[in-house]
Design a protein around this ligand. Structure first.
Ligand SMILES: [Zn+2]
Length: 401
C-alpha cells in the first residue's frame, strides 16, 4: 500500500476552470506531494500572510475535509482556503511575488485523509444503493470521521455494510475523478447532485459509487486498507456513524486491543471473555455493596441500642456515616438524652451535623449553637441539620456544659 507506487488518478487534464487563477494540481494528481509554483501575490492579513500561487497541490478546506498543511519554501502553511477563483495559502511569513517557490505537503496527514474520504464514498455509495439513504453530513478530522445518513440502520445492516466495504477495498477497484461536459453530466445519476450544470467534479469508484466531490482521493481502493465502523448513534431521524479507514483505523484498533488486553490481564480471562467477566465482577460488587449496607445497618442498630441514658446532652462522632444513617442515630439518641443529641459525620474542620431534642427548641437555639461551633444550618424545633468547622474537642466542650 505504498502510496508512491500508486498510479495517478485517471483524470482528463483540466488546467483551469473558468475564472480561476490557481491551477489545482491535486485535481489531476492526488498523490503529488511536492511541486514548484510561482507566487502571484502575497498579502499580510493580521498575524499571517495570504499567498496565491499559479498552481498548487494544497487542497483547501472543503466538502467536510480540512485543508492541507505543509511548507512553501521556508514558510509554514497552516491553512488554505478557496475564494473568488483563487486558493489562499496562509503562511507564517511573507513570500516575494513573482518568485518561484517549492511547495511540500504534510503527506502523512493528507494520505490518511484520502484513505478516510475514499472509504466514506464507498460506504455512502453502498448505503444509498441498498437502502436509498442520503449522506447528509460528513466531517473528516484527524483520527475522527463522522458520516450522517437520513435513515436508520440496524447493527446487522452495519456489520454487512462494513464487510461489503472491505470487500470493495480488497478488490482494488479503480477511482477516477473528472469534470464531465454539460451534456454528459445531465445524463448521469450521481450522489450529492448539485444545482450546478457545469464544472462539477465527479469521483467514480468503479462498481460502487459515483459522487460529486472536490477532494483528492486514492487512485485504487486497495490504498484505503480497511474501513471500520466504530460506533453509531441515532441522529436527527437518521444515524450518525463514526468510521475510520487505513492507518487511522489500525491505530484505533491497536488502542482498543491494548485496552482489552489490560482488562483481560486484570481479570485473568482470555480477551474475548472479558465482557462476561466484567458482568460477573459487577454482579459481585453489587452483592458486596448490599452486604455492606446490611452490616452497616446492623452496626447502627447496635450503636443506637448501646447509647447511654442521660439527663444532659449526647454528643456522637461517626466520621464515616451518611446523613440518612446519622439521622437514624439521632432519632434513637433523642429518646435517651434529656437535653440535645448531636451527631457529627466527617472530620475536624468539615463536619456535617444533625441535632435532635425532645425538650429544647433547637430552631431558636440554632443561632447560638452555630456561633459556638462555627456552623451554619437550621430546621425544625425538634431537629436541625447543618455543617460546622470546629474541632471535635471544641464541639465536645460545648455540649459537655
Ligand atoms: Zn467526497
Amino acid at each position: 500500500m505504498d502510496p508512491k507506487s500508486a498510479a495517478a488518478p485517471v483524470c482528463p487534464a483540466q488546467r483551469f476552470l473558468e475564472g480561476e487563477r490557481t491551477e489545482k494540481l491535486y485535481d489531476t494528481d492526488s498523490h503529488l506531494r511536492e511541486f514548484t509554483a510561482k507566487v502571484i501575490s502575497c498579502e499580510q492579513e493580521g498575524e499571517r500572510w495570504a499567498v496565491v500561487l499559479d498552481r498548487t497541490a494544497f487542497f483547501p478546506e472543503g466538502g467536510g475535509q480540512a485543508s492541507d498543511t505543509g511548507t512553501l519554501g521556508a514558510r509554514r502553511v497552516t491553512d488554505a482556503q478557496e475564494a473568488a477563483g483563487e486558493i489562499r495559502h496562509y503562511t507564517d511569513g511573507p513570500l516575494k511575488a513573482g518568485e518561484a517557490v517549492e511547495g511540500r505537503l504534510d503527506w502523512e496527514k493528507r494520505f490518511r485523509r484520502m484513505q478516510n474520504h475514499s472509504g466514506e464514498h464507498i460506504l455512502s455509495g453502498l448505503v444509498h444503493a441498498r437502502y436509498g439513504y442520503r449522506n447528509v453530513g460528513f466531517h473528516l478530522g484527524d483520527g475522527e470521521v463522522t458520516v450522517d445518513f437520513d435513515g436508520e440502520l440496524t447493527r446487522t445492516q452495519l456489520d454487512e455494510l462494513e464487510t461489503a466495504v472491505n470487500r470493495a477495498i480488497a478488490e482494488n477497484a479503480s477511482v477516477s475523478c473528472w469534470y464531465p461536459p454539460k451534456e454528459e453530466l445531465a445524463a448521469l445519476d450521481y450522489r450529492s447532485k448539485l444545482e450546478l450544470t457545469e464544472n462539477v467534479r465527479l469521483v467514480k469508484i468503479e462498481g460502487y459509487d459515483l459522487c460529486a466531490c472536490c477532494a483528492p482521493h486514492v487512485s485504487r481502493t486497495g490504498e484505503i486498507g480497511s474501513l471500520h465502523i466504530l460506533d453509531s448513534m441515532r441522529h436527527r431521524g437518521g444515524i450518525r456513524l463514526r468510521i475510520l479507514c487505513g492507518l487511522d483505523a489500525m491505530e484505533d484498533a491497536r488502542a482498543r486491543y491494548q485496552a482489552t488486553l489490560a482488562i483481560s490481564g486484570l481479570l485473568s480471562v482470555p480477551q474475548l471473555e472479558t465482557p462476561n467477566a466484567v458482568r460477573r465482577v459487577l454482579g459481585e460488587l453489587e452483592e458486596t455493596k448490599q452486604a455492606l449496607a446490611d452490616a452497616r445497618r446492623q452496626v447502627l442498630r447496635m450503636k443506637a441500642d448501646a447509647l447511654p441514658e442521660t439527663e444532659g446532652n449526647l454528643c456522637l462522632f461517626e466520621p464515616e456515616l451518611d446523613m440518612l444513617s446519622l439521622r437514624e442515630l439521632v432519632n434513637a439518641g433523642m429518646e435517651k438524652a434529656g437535653g440535645i443529641c448531636a451527631a457529627f459525620a466527617g472530620k475536624d474542620g468539615a463536619w456535617k451535623y444533625i441535632m435532635g431534642s425532645r425538650s429544647a427548641d433547637l430552631r431558636s437555639l440554632a443561632k447560638e449553637i452555630n456561633a459556638a461551633i462555627g456552623g451554619r444550618g437550621g430546621g425544625r424545633p425538634e431537629m436541625i441539620q447543618g455543617s460546622c468547622t470546629a474541632s471535635r474537642q471544641e464541639i465536645e466542650a460545648y455540649f459537655a456544659r
